[in-house]
Ligand binder design. Sequence first.
Ligand code: HEM
Length: 285
Amino acid sequence: MADSKALLRLPGRGEFIDRHSLIVRVTHWINVLCVTVLLMSGLHIFNAWPRLHWGQVSGSSADALFEIGSRRDADGRLAGFTRIFGHEFVTTGVLGVSADARGVMQGRAFPEWATLPGPYWLPMAREWHFFFAWLFVLNGLVYLLHTVCGHHLRRDLLPDRSDLAGLGRSFVDHLRLRHPTGTGALRYNPLQKLAYLVVIFMLLPLMTLAGWALSPWLDAVLPGWVNLLGGRQAARTLHFAMACLLCAFVLVHVFEVLASGVWNQLRSMLTGRYRLPGDDHDRRA
Ligand code: HEM
């Protein structure tokens, strides 16, 4: 993000700052591509064994913490169900049973439109998943090097005392959909900083680690380390849970982008240039 030196006045168009560095912008969009492909191909791989367990080996359907499946109902029709910690929900149409590209209902955990590739083709889904996983790791390392070794972490992401003091107010502002304007928009707000830090330094590394724990090759290189995560099946459950949390973050994140001036936000993440909204709600409040 920018400091005051980067303020640029364009006659008739307002004040702009150079909000995001080139590395942050490029790694952000490579990340969006990777996360999208990883999620869709990951759902495809999940479909091959649509149950989650804890521990070293997978047990029966009754022992599963989470399961998506299908069965015939009393009328002989396919019905989809999702079971979470023993609580079962009918999810026909989306989870368990859904229409394929030709509109024919079929039994599969996640629907064709949500997976990559669409029709069942497990080896190809794994090719997509592994290629984009390594791209995601390399891209993450470039971002981390830039963020930790440069000014980005200290200047833009780490909360200072005033951020911590303003956390409650930032929370209320988010609930009321009030976004900082004027000078308040120059920096990330406290809640935004916390969310980015949790995603960058906890969620994404844990998701990657749990993914590595699923690789027989990495297990063989350093025998036994998978047990630190609770075993192979526990790692699979953690990997899935982190992916769900990441989806929740992305939904809120994209909602915030839409709610706080979508074109200005997108322009800043594409070209770096962010137009300062004239009014400052901090002064009015
Ligand atoms: C289509 C989806 C997405 C859009 C439109 C989008 C848009 C944006 C925008 C506009 C910003 C800058 C916010 C600001 O300056 O106040 C931003 C920052 C950020 N986004 Fe996204 N984003 C998307 C998906 C994602 C995903 C999938 C992730 C993580 C997995 C992510 C992680 C982040 C992070 C960590 C930052 C802070 C970057 C930094 O300053 O170092 N975004 N995003």
